[in-house]
Design a protein around this ligand. Structure first.
Ligand SMILES: Cc1cc2nc3c(=O)[nH]c(=O)nc-3n(C[C@H](O)[C@H](O)[C@H](O)COP(=O)(O)OP(=O)(O)OC[C@H]3O[C@@H](n4cnc5c(N)ncnc54)[C@H](O)[C@@H]3O)c2cc1C
Length: 430
């Protein structure tokens, strides 16, 4: 089977050919440039994305068959060797620079990988996103060359595990009200506080942490810092026992006078909120592919079942009430997928327009609610079989619910969209 690096080489070759043709007709000033992509990024073609999707499917069939996904849910433990496997396949550095082992394929490609991994296992998909998007992509976009050279190769290969910590017990939706502080000392900062619900927290080697460096300035006094495993005073207090996404290890982190050298400051002092908010847009966009995978998984289980299961002498799929559910599931998935990939395509292909906060929030708002509905429909179509834990339908429901909460809840996404409209229409107030 061709590896992803072979695939990437062929994709990159195609791009080089394409760009050399383009150079004839396009002036240099038209070269692709975006602050949300790496320097050498060229948007993938739809054929590239189809090819990538096939490679990820081959990977999930081989490495994450259903029995494996079920055991991850049952044991509530992330399979540690999976990190290396994901790294070897090239998936952990989808948006990172080639210099550090990444593929520089952008956000459509990231969504493809996220969707297919989540189709196989929601919890592996979620941990994957926390590592590759929240941590690796934040370092890629905001790290300096020294930080990237030091941290990215290990994260991209899967030797190291990454996480991002902004939420706290008392600062979830209102995340900028965080209480963690970092005070300046000779050579760096001293970090104190706790972070709650951190995906990959119990395993993480590298954590992007937000803290108040000038508490009086509120949201304008936040700085992003990089905490590494082994730093004195940094511990994971506990692993949380969750309803769903079991096997995606979630933890509560404690920072007890942790010294953070200046070399581990990410971006400028007191500019953390920009990194945080910019990161949230992309996080929502890439995470919206998680519910897509779960909806596809719901159809994967339901369609064969309703065509095999007979009641009243006919397959239950021949009843119009079941057909209505199948149609709704199909339409919800198709609409959500179209929205996510249209938003990701625009981010990849139209840097001038930039990122539309409304659509990043909108894509996950729509997909998350639809995934919960599809999982419920899958259970209903399977009847008693859907209600027992030997079948994945219940797991899909438990996993899907998370997407209405993590990366900002449904209500916060609605608020983000509403506020964006208020900003756009600020001059229209009568
Ligand atoms: C499995 C899991 C993984 C996570 N991973 C991470 C991670 O890796 N890193 C990280 O930093 N965080 C992570 N989180 C935290 C997540 O981002 C927060 O849980 C989320 O932002 C909601 O915050 P909260 O739980 O404090 O809920 P609250 O903010 O207390 O909200 C509770 C309810 O009130 C509603 N609400 C709040 N304010 C308003 C309002 N103004 N208007 C209307 N309704 C409102 C909310 O929508 C929600 O329904 C994770 C959470 C979970 C469950």
């Amino acid at each position: 089977m061709p590896s992803l690096s072979t695939l990437t080489r062929s994709m990159l070759t195609r791009r080089v050919v394409a760009s050399s043709h383009m150079a004839i007709t396009r002036p240099l000033s038209c070269r692709f440039h975006s602050t949300k992509h790496t320097r050498n990024f060229k948007p993938p073609t739809s054929e590239d994305l189809i090819e990538l999707r096939e490679r990820v499917r081959e990977f999930t069939k081989r490495e994450i068959p259903e029995e494996f996904a079920a055991s991850v849910d049952l044991t509530n433990d992330f399979p540690a060797p999976m990190w290396r496997k994901l790294g070897e396949a090239g998936f952990l550095g989808i948006t990172a620079e080639e210099d550090y082992g990444g593929l520089e394929l952008g956000y459509q490609a990231h969504c493809v990988v996220m969707e297919e991994l989540s189709r196989a296992s929601g919890s592996i998909g979620l941990s994957y996103a926390a590592h590759s998007q929240l941590c690796v992509n934040q370092l890629t976009l905001n790290g300096n060359e020294e930080q990237k050279a030091r941290l990215l190769p290990g994260l991209v290969s899967g030797e190291k595990v990454g996480a991002l910590a902004m939420s706290e017990h008392s600062a979830g939706s209102d995340v900028v009200s965080m209480k963690s502080t970092a005070r300046p000392v000779d050579g760096g900062w001293v970090l104190d506080g706790t972070k709650m619900w951190i995906t990959n927290g119990p395993d993480a080697d590298v954590v992007v942490v937000y803290a108040k460096t000038d508490p009086d300035k509120g949201s304008k006094g936040i700085t992003a810092l990089i905490v590494e495993k082994g730093m004195k005073g940094y511990t994971c207090a506990r692993k949380l026992n969750k309803l769903g996404m079991r096997g995606s290890n979630t933890g509560e982190l404690i920072f007890d006078s942790v010294f953070i050298p200046h070399s581990n400051q990410l971006g400028a002092t007191n500019q953390g909120v920009r990194i945080l908010m910019g990161g949230l847009d992309l996080e929502r966009l890439v995470l919206s592919a998680g519910p897509l995978g779960l909806m596809q998984a719901a159809l994967d289980i339901t369609l064969p079942y309703v065509h095999q299961r007979k009641q009243f002498g006919i397959p239950i799929a021949h009843n119009q009430l079941i057909q209505a559910k199948l149609a709704d599931m199909h339409v919800k998935l198709s609409a959500a997928r179209a929205y996510t990939f249209a938003a990701a395509k625009r981010v990849d292909e139209d840097p001038e327009a930039g990122i539309d906060t409304k659509d990043c929030a909108g894509a996950i708002l729509f997909a998350a609610d639809r995934a919960t509905e599809c999982a419920l429909d899958a259970i209903q179509c399977l009847g008693g079989s859907g209600y027992v834990n030997e079948v994945a339908a219940g797991r899909l429901l438990r996993d899907a619910k998370l997407y209405e909460i993590g990366a900002g809840t449904t209500q916060i996404r609605q608020m983000v969209i509403g506020r964006a409209f208020n900003k756009e229409y600020a001059d229209h107030v009568i």
